[in-house]
Design a protein. Structure first.
Length: 154
């Protein structure tokens, strides 16, 4: 069984495919494709700082019921405190502009982003359009209204 779509890619920068790698899956089991930083020179992100990093590409998602989600790279987050300023980036099917990655340095040390460095990952997921229905009561569950740790630890 194959789950695949064709996503058209427009190069915003001529560096893509030359000095900056084209986005790709790192392994056959990768859920997201790596997005490299399309920079001319290294960029320092100070502790607590936020920067916008261009990817050099724009995409065309083929159906309105698909979303592109930009996630942090776990290695950058766990080793260096580098994450996304908006937690998860959303690329709607009707957005045709360059993909820009908003990076946040949560660490106490400056981090240097190099040209071509893999800074985020892009996954494509289905989207359901919901119709909100106002009701007086919701169905019962064993959890009920318990939240924020109500299910316990481990």
């Amino acid at each position: 069984m194959s789950f695949s779509i064709v996503v058209k890619v427009k190069k915003i920068s001529e560096k893509i495919g030359r000095s900056i790698p084209f986005p790709r899956y790192a392994t056959t089991g990768s859920a997201g494709m790596d997005l490299p930083a399309c920079l001319d020179e290294p960029l320092a992100v100070p502790p607590g700082g936020r920067v916008k990093i261009p990817t050099g590409i724009a995409i065309e998602i083929p159906f309105r019921h698909i979303v592109g989600l930009v996630f942090p790279r776990s290695g950058l987050a766990s080793k260096h405190g580098i994450s996304l300023a908006n937690a998860v980036g959303v690329i709607d099917s009707d957005y045709k502009g360059e993909i820009i990655i908003a990076i946040y340095n949560q660490s106490e040390r400056e981090y240097l982003i190099n040209p071509g460095e893999r800074i985020a990952q892009l996954a494509f997921l289905p989207v359901y359009e919901a119709t909100m229905e106002l009701v007086d009561e919701l169905g019962e569950t064993s959890r009920g209204t318990g939240g924020f740790g109500s299910t316990g630890k481990i």
